[in-house]
Write a protein that binds this ligand. Structure first.
Ligand code: UD1
Ligand code: CA
Length: 481
């Protein structure tokens, strides 16, 4: 960390706001950005500052937000904000949990997710060098709507921040805006916060009012201008969130392209931060990769695939399919139009073809389930072939049971395997068979079905139809051979 001993620093993350402008049942700070909730990004950044203490202030949907805090931070204290609204009140309550030997407090907003620890470190360095009371990050926005405006004296010293709703016309014309990220001396904050009032357009205790107070009473306030506005962009509504998702995704996609991944239509490919791709992976249009996906070299995914938590081996090929928590080994092929549900494992060179659904199933090396099947709770042996339109009847209404198909077995089209049931190694089953009992290795299972034909039935029962006419013609057409 830049220029100070980590023991003298605490971080406060503000996450108690209602996020009204999102119009969502999900708390704003839990909306995802590249697979990580907004607050997760901020907590990781906070952790990178190596503070003596991290305090997260929650209120709106406190239980859900606290859960996310536990997931994304190792050692954060949670403070519940009371009925008094505003960022100032949030920091006031957080301060009670910060040890008195802490010199400086960094304040981060849980809705400013792209900010990195280097930029914050530079702010802290500047703060210490300038011996400031408060130092904050600002940026120049072409459209400053919605942000607090930075008011500076002629010599550049910051004298106040005015919120959009409280600003007059002249102040609204200012393009330098408050990023909502601060470092402040603990003693100065402790002195200033209790005297904040709610006498403003939103009836809130504004943290930004501390700036005006400090500037006139107890110290100097500096604003460090961040050149790249994206770093300090806040998320308040769905439009801002989407813009940020698009921006971050573009950066992620470019990063993978530089690392040797072919991405045909980058604007249609979405990749979570947690995804790992090897060289010479090809992503065709319309691919979404979520969670812990790891794709090995030479695999081709797409077009139109959604993979979540999938492990894909070298050279595998997946087309127009949905894959959730499945393992697809090297050289395996999936789709088009397959649905691989959790617990599916396709071993090397295996195939799951068109309109096939699998769940909790292992497909052996080189084994094939090529067409129109449901394979659930099953083990398909190496080199086995499952006929088109086959179903594992795995559920008896109470329990699930397994189907085991032996290596190199060949099952006929339109089979139903009533589990628990086993087809032995190298066995065959006939088309249209319902397999209710185990089939021994090397056997052929056929259901004794006899088909009865009734001559002339159509002519008698469907007279005058095209079918009857065709039948009649075929009967009377002279044999020309
Ligand atoms: C805030 C700043 C504004 C700045 C902008 C930058 C204030 C008064 N205004 O405005 O100057 O330009 O951020 O993004 O600080 N929160 C709480 N408790 C509350 C209210 C909010 O913890 O009572 C949290 C929110 O969850 C959020 C953060 O504080 O993470 C900012 O709150 P928000 O309401 O989004 O403030 P802005 O209107 O964006
Ligand atoms: Ca905000």
């Amino acid at each position: 960390m830049v220029g100070m001993s980590p023991s003298s620093l605490a971080v406060v993350v503000l996450a108690a706001g209602a996020g009204t402008r999102m119009k969502s049942a999900t708390p704003k700070v839990l909306h995802p950005l590249a697979g990580i909730p907004l607050i997760g990004h901020v907590l990781s950044t906070a952790e990178a500052l190596n503070p003596q203490q991290t305090v997260v202030v929650v209120r709106h949907e406190a239980e859900q937000v606290s859960e996310a805090v536990d997931t994304w931070a190792d050692n954060a204290h949670i403070v519940h904000q009371d009925d008094i609204p505003g960022t100032g009140r949030a920091v006031e309550l957080a301060l009670e949990k910060i040890p008195s030997d802490v010199d400086n407090v960094v304040i981060l907003s849980a809705d400013v997710p792209l900010l990195d620890s280097e930029t914050i470190g530079a702010m802290i360095g500047f703060h210490q060098e300038a011996e400031a009371g408060v130092t904050l990050l600002s940026t120049i926005h072409e459209d400053p709507t919605g942000y607090g405006r930075i008011i500076r004296r002629d010599d550049g010293i910051v004298t106040a921040i005015v919120e959009e709703v409280d600003a007059d016309e002249q102040q609204r014309a200012i393009h330098e805006v408050n990023a909502g990220v601060y470092v402040a001396r603990r003693d100065i904050l402790a002195h200033a916060l209790p005297s904040l009032t709610t006498a403003n357009a939103q009836g809130e205790k504004y943290l930004t009012d501390v700036v005006g107070q400090v500037a006139t009473q107890s110290g100097v306030v500096h604003a460090v201008v961040v050149e790249d506005s994206w770093l300090v962009e806040g998320v308040n509504d769905r439009i801002q969130l989407q813009r940020m998702q698009r921006r971050l995704n573009t950066m992620i996609v470019r990063g993978w392209q530089r690392d040797g991944v072919s991405i045909k239509a980058p604007e249609s490919v979405w990749i979570d931060l947690s995804v790992q791709l090897d060289q010479d992976v090809t992503l065709l249009p319309g691919v979404t990769l979520e969670g812990s996906c790891h794709i090995d070299n030479g695999a081709t995914i797409g077009p139109d695939c959604t993979l979540s938590h999938a492990r894909v081996g070298a050279g595998a090929r997946i087309q127009r399919s949905v894959v959730d928590s499945a393992v697809i080994a090297a050289g395996a092929t999936v789709g088009p139009f397959a649905y691989l549900r959790p617990g599916t494992v396709i071993n090397e060179g295996g195939k799951v073809g068109a309109f096939v659904e699998t769940k909790n199933a292992t497909i052996g090396r080189g084994a094939k389930v090529p067409h129109l099947s449901y394979i659930g709770d099953a083990d398909i042996g190496e080199g086995a072939n499952i006929g088109a339109g086959s179903i594992t009847a795995n559920y008896d209404g109470v329990n699930k049971h397994r189907t085991v198909i032996g290596p190199h077995a060949k099952t006929g089209s339109d089979n139903v395997f009533v589990a628990p049931v086993e087809v032995g190694a190298g066995a065959y089953t006939a088309a249209g068979t319902t397999i209710r009992r185990n089939v021994p290795a090397g056997a052929l299972a056929v259901a004794p079905v006899s088909v009865r034909t009734i001559d002339g039935w159509v002519g008698t029962n469907r007279p005058g139809t095209a079918a009857a006419e065709a039948a009649e013609n075929s009967r009377t057409t002279p044999d020309t051979h």
